[in-house]
Design a binder for this molecule. Structure first.
Ligand SMILES: Nc1ncnc2c1ncn2[C@@H]1O[C@H](COP(=O)(O)OP(=O)(O)OP(=O)(O)O)[C@@H](O)[C@H]1O
Length: 260
């Protein structure tokens, strides 16, 4: 018997989350295979962001099991989840506005470094070498996402589309098992969306695994291997984009309402 479980990057099951009287998530589960682009869609208020926040340690779930690359993980804090191997971007960009693009990516890389506080304070040889290596890697990642020429610019001076790319570079800097993108195309114009799509395709080709929330249904359907549709906190469909698009519940709940 072949063991396919080692190809599973994320396996979460039975996730529930209540806010007061509102059941924001009811027993939601997804399994993402290595190398997949996995989409999460649903109308406004369906629970997509809550789901992201739960799996990345921002919200404490009421129930659920969590496994990353075959190991159980506890999404109790954002930094622990990052260390376990999930990196995310945010719907509302969260960069260090006054730091340079390069520094923003270096921050992402620091969760994988070893010199620690002693090295930083005493600027040991090991620390200096590590910093140089981090800066080099950060520049490579900036080049990779297409904003290399802005390395020394403050993050806040970059265009909206470029800031989103920078966030992706910072997420990649943590060498994640899974990269979770929260509405990466929000506010982008048509050209930027095409470029974003090319970038995500490229990241996938480099054998990364991606989870993406997106309002742009066309983008999701063209990009994803599998899709889960949430509606009022419930998972109403799961499958390939072609399967999901044909699903009656989805048409009724989401696509039928104009893909808001
Ligand atoms: N911190 C919170 N406290 C109370 N209610 C919340 C909280 N976060 C989300 N909710 C509620 O939970 C439900 C799901 O919201 P969520 O933001 O997860 O949906 P969404 O699918 O991401 O929506 P959108 O597409 O508009 O971003 C909504 O009714 C929302 O008002």
């Amino acid at each position: 018997m072949t063991d396919t479980s080692k190809d599973v990057v994320l396996k979460v099951a039975g996730i529930s989350k209540r806010f007061g009287g509102l059941q924001a998530l009811s027993g939601v589960g997804i399994t993402i295979q290595r190398g997949q682009v996995y989409g999460l869609i649903g109308p406004n208020g369906a629970g997509k962001t809550t789901f992201f926040n739960v799996i990345t340690g921002l919200y404490t779930p009421d129930a659920g099991t969590f496994e990353l690359a075959g190991r159980p993980y506890e999404p109790t804090a954002v930094h622990k989840v990052a260390q376990a191997g999930i990196a995310r971007t945010f719907q509302n960009i969260r960069l260090f506005a006054e730091m340079t693009a390069l520094e923003n990516v270096m921050v992402g890389r620091h969760i994988r470094t070893h010199s620690g506080l002693f090295g930083a304070v005493f600027r040991t040889q090991g620390f200096k070498q590590e910093e140089a290596a981090i800066a080099k890697r950060a520049q490579e990642l900036l080049d990779y996402v297409g904003v290399g020429k802005y390395a020394d610019f403050k993050a806040r001076t970059l265009s909206y589309g470029d800031q989103r790319r920078l966030e992706i570079a910072r997420a990649l800097a943590t060498d994640p098992q899974l990269i979770a993108l929260d509405e990466p195309a929000a506010g982008m114009n048509a050209t930027e969306k095409v470029q974003l799509r090319e970038l995500i395709e490229r990241i996938r080709q480099d054998n990364r695994t991606i989870l993406i929330i997106e309002h742009d249904v066309k983008l999701i359907m063209g990009l994803c291997d599998r899709v889960t549709v949430l509606d009022y906190g419930k998972q109403i469909a799961e499958g390939t984009p072609a399967e999901v698009q044909k699903n009656e519940k989805v048409i009724e709940a989401y696509l039928g309402t104009g893909g808001h």
